[in-house]
Write a new protein. Structure first.
Length: 222
C-alpha cells in the first residue's frame, strides 16, 4: 500500500442514479459534482472525478479512501461506478468502502435532525417499481434494500428520488430527494459495509441470447 499523509483524503463515487462525485480532506468537503444524466455514466464519470480533484488541488495518488455506492440501481450504471472506484483505489493504494447508496440519503436526513421515527428511502427503479429500504430514526437500516411495487413499501415517511413519483401510495416527507455527493464523501467511510458486489436486485435487461430455434419445417411423411 502506498505511503499516505496523516490527513484522510476521501473520494466518493456513486452511479446508482445520476453521476455523483464528492471529495473530502481531513473531514472537510472540498469538492462535489453531479451530472444529471442517467444514460451517460461511462462518458461523464471519469471527467467529473478529474475536475473535482483538480479544482481541489488533489492528485489521485493522494487518496486514502474511496467510497463506492453499490446501489441498488441499474446494471450498467453500477458497474461503471464500481469498476472506476476500485481502479482508482488500486492506483492510490487506498481503502475501498462499498456502501448501500440508500444509506447516504438516510444519513443526510437523520443528520438534519428532522426525523424522530422510522422512515423509508426510495429511488426510482422504473417499470413502475422502486428500490427501497426501511430505517430507524437514527439512520440504521432495518430492512432492505429491496425492489418492489410502491404498494408493497411500508407506509412510513419516505424520502429519496421516488418519494414524489407515487403520491397516492408513498408517504412523501419533506426530506432529501437525491443523494448528496458531499454527504457521500463525509459519511461514506462510517456507513455499514455493503460488501464488494453491486446491488442489482434484479436481472439485467441485456442477456446472452439463447440457443436459436430451428426455422426449417420438416415435411410431413406421406
Amino acid at each position: 500500500m502506498a505511503e499516505h499523509s496523516i490527513r484522510p483524503v476521501v473520494l466518493g463515487v456513486d452511479t446508482a442514479t445520476v453521476v455523483c462525485v464528492g471529495l473530502a480532506v481531513d473531514g472537510v468537503v472540498v469538492g462535489a459534482g453531479v451530472v444529471d444524466d442517467r444514460m451517460a455514466h461511462v462518458e461523464q464519470l471519469t471527467p467529473l472525478i478529474r475536475r473535482v480533484c483538480r479544482d481541489a488541488g488533489i492528485g489521485v495518488t493522494e487518496l486514502t479512501d474511496v467510497v463506492v455506492g453499490l446501489g441498488p440501481g441499474p446494471y450498467t450504471g453500477l458497474r461503471v461506478g464500481n469498476v472506476t472506484g476500485r481502479v482508482l483505489a488500486d492506483v492510490a493504494g487506498a481503502r475501498v468502502h462499498g456502501i448501500c447508496s440508500l444509506d447516504v440519503i438516510a444519513a443526510e436526513w437523520t443528520g438534519s435532525g428532522q426525523t424522530d421515527s422510522e422512515f423509508v428511502v426510495a429511488t426510482d427503479a422504473r417499470r413502475h417499481e422502486v428500490y427501497w429500504a426501511r430505517y430507524a430514526a437514527d439512520g440504521r437500516r432495518l430492512e432492505g434494500p429491496s425492489v418492489a411495487m410502491p404498494a408493497a413499501v411500508p407506509r412510513l415517511p419516505t424520502v429519496g428520488p421516488a418519494a414524489d413519483l407515487y403520491p397516492d401510495t408513498l408517504l412523501a416527507a419533506a426530506g432529501p430527494r437525491r443523494l448528496d455527493p458531499a454527504v457521500l464523501a463525509m459519511a461514506g467511510p462510517s456507513l455499514a459495509d455493503a460488501g464488494t458486489e453491486p446491488l442489482y436486485l434484479r436481472r439485467p435487461d441485456a442477456t446472452e441470447p439463447g440457443r436459436r430455434k430451428p426455422v426449417l419445417v420438416r415435411r410431413a411423411r406421406r
